[in-house]
Write a protein that binds this ligand. Structure first.
Ligand code: GLN
Length: 484
């Protein structure tokens, strides 16, 4: 069978015009998974039976003219979003055999739109990491160079999209986990505003930072998938009842009248020269499209975001992960005493990075250190939020690189957690600020992708999509597909 490789938008048209059925489309993607997943290792679970059942149902709806724009389109879900009756591992030994009894809100929505779930994707354990090497199951490889990392923690989702194993995917982003792997794999990825998408059923990492978002092949698809998942939900009290616009409406090809800022603090020391060159060319392109670009913007608290993140995120993680005690669900170590069982469950169930975060967070929250670490970090967080608010009085969006480097080699940073943490310097401040941001393909060097980040005002995903779309229409980067 020939491989069908399409965007959501194209799939939707082909399905509606009955040029292809959802069964054919789904079979083609499952076949592609069989061909390439043994090389890229993007998927923890392939849900082929469910996919075929959903495809059959989608075809029935299409036949009676009852299909929506995403009916029958294959999708992959990161393995930290609960799927009823389908293993949700978080790529951890702790949840290796965990069968959720319910669907996450986003999974419900994907199902309500009659999309077809083809698999669950690999990730850094509990979403802690930047390379997918912290998965307790296996390492995912970057399809542009199999000896390199795909980024993380949503590495499996980014690779599944880049390698054509799915039309689109969902990921989660606490400090960069959608955008950084999107940049590394040359796909489009958005972290919406904190509160834009319900996290009900997302396995919690750092609850004041976590957000779910789309990973797609182009900007139109990002808008289409955001239309599906956005919106308030009474089961997630942090989701905000802001109206959800039709995100495809803002996709306009020129940028006349838009004010864009380029904050200099994002061009960090140690940034690869090629990344700076690609950004320079991208900024020129944005100017040619009619935007007014100010390259002299300063957000002076940006350098503190990394330290703030690595106090707040582990603190919240240490509280969230306290629930894994071997009693209610997940891995359970059999022992004679309760304390021994608890200790051994956590000792054997969690990997080294997760333990490091739990220890860091427990320390930062402990009596006597709370004021010096956690409280101080919260205060600096407020300064960073204010700085974004000020900047957005002058600019409609901010432009930065997604990452300071191209994808690094597998194993290159595993012995040095700090080096690993640095690969998120450009993405972490956005979660601290709670604002939305997106990574889009902006170039290549030596065959390796480079992403551009577009940051927007809270609940103004539309302007981000507008800038991204105009840039995408004027460039060819998103059309370059990888051979696996
Ligand atoms: N890489 C960052 C971390 O290790 C961010 C991860 C994420 O966004 N989930 O925490």
């Amino acid at each position: 069978m020939t491989n069908i490789q399409v965007t959501i938008n194209e799939a939707s048209r082909l399905l509606r015009e009955k040029q292809v059925s959802s069964i054919e489309l789904t079979e083609s993607y499952l076949e592609r998974i069989r061909q390439v997943d043994s090389r890229v290792h993007a998927l923890v679970t392939i849900t082929d039976e469910l996919a075929m059942e959903q495809a059959r149902k989608a075809d029935e709806l299409i036949a009676v003219g009852d299909a929506g724009p995403l009916t029958g389109v294959p999708i992959v879900i990161k393995d930290n979003m609960c799927t009823r009756g389908i293993r949700t591992t978080c790529s951890s030994k702790m949840l290796q055999n965990f069968m959720p009894p319910y669907d996450a809100a986003v999974v419900e929505k994907v199902k309500a739109h009659n999309m077809v779930m083809v698999g669950k994707s690999n990730m850094d354990e509990f979403a802690m990491g930047s390379s997918t090497e912290n998965s307790a199951l296996f390492v995912t490889c970057n399809p542009w160079d199999l000896s390199r990392v795909p980024g993380g923690s949503s590495g499996g989702s980014a690779v599944a999209v880049a390698a054509g194993e799915t039309v689109c995917a969902l990921g989660s982003d606490t400090g960069g986990s959608i955008r950084q792997p999107s940049g590394f794999c040359s796909v489009v990825g958005m972290k919406p505003t904190y509160g834009r998408v319900s996290r009900y059923g997302l396995v919690a990492f750092a609850s004041s930072l976590d957000q779910i978002g789309p990973l797609t092949q182009d900007v139109t698809d990002c808008a289409l998938l955001l239309n599906v998942i956005a919106g308030a939900d009474s089961r997630d009290s942090t989701s905000v009842p802001e109206p959800v616009p039709d995100y495809t409406r803002c996709l306009k090809a020129d940028l006349k009248g838009l004010r864009l800022g380029v904050p200099r603090e994002y061009f960090v020391e140690g940034m690869q020269a090629e990344v700076a060159e690609v950004m320079e060319a991208a900024i020129k392109e944005l100017e040619e499209l009619g935007a007014e670009v100010d390259r002299e913007v300063s957000l002076p608290h940006t350098p503190y975001a990394l330290a703030v993140y690595y106090i707040l995120a582990p603190s919240e993680a240490s509280a969230n992960l306290a629930r894994y005690d071997g009693v209610k669900y997940g891995f359970s170590y059999e022992a004679d005493s309760m304390w021994e069982a608890l200790e051994k469950t956590r000792e054997n169930g969690f990997g080294p990075e997760v333990k490091r975060r739990i220890m860091l967070g427990t320390y930062a929250l402990s009596a006597g250190y709370y004021d010096a670490w956690y409280l101080k970090a919260q205060k600096v967080r407020t300064l960073i939020i204010r700085e974004f608010n000020e900047a957005f009085k002058k600019y409609d969006a901010l432009i930065t690189p997604t990452s300071p480097t191209v994808p690094f080699k597998i194993g290159e940073k595993t012995d040095d957690p700090f080096q690993m943490y640095l690969s998120d310097v450009c993405t972490l401040p956005i979660n601290i600020g709670g604002v939305p941001a997106m990574s889009i393909p902006a170039g290549f060097t030596d065959g390796l992708p480079i992403g551009m980040q577009i940051i927007g005002k809270p609940f103004d995903e539309e302007t981000i999509l507008h800038v991204a779309y105009a840039y995408e229409q004027a460039t060819e980067w998103h059309k370059r597909k990888v051979e696996v």
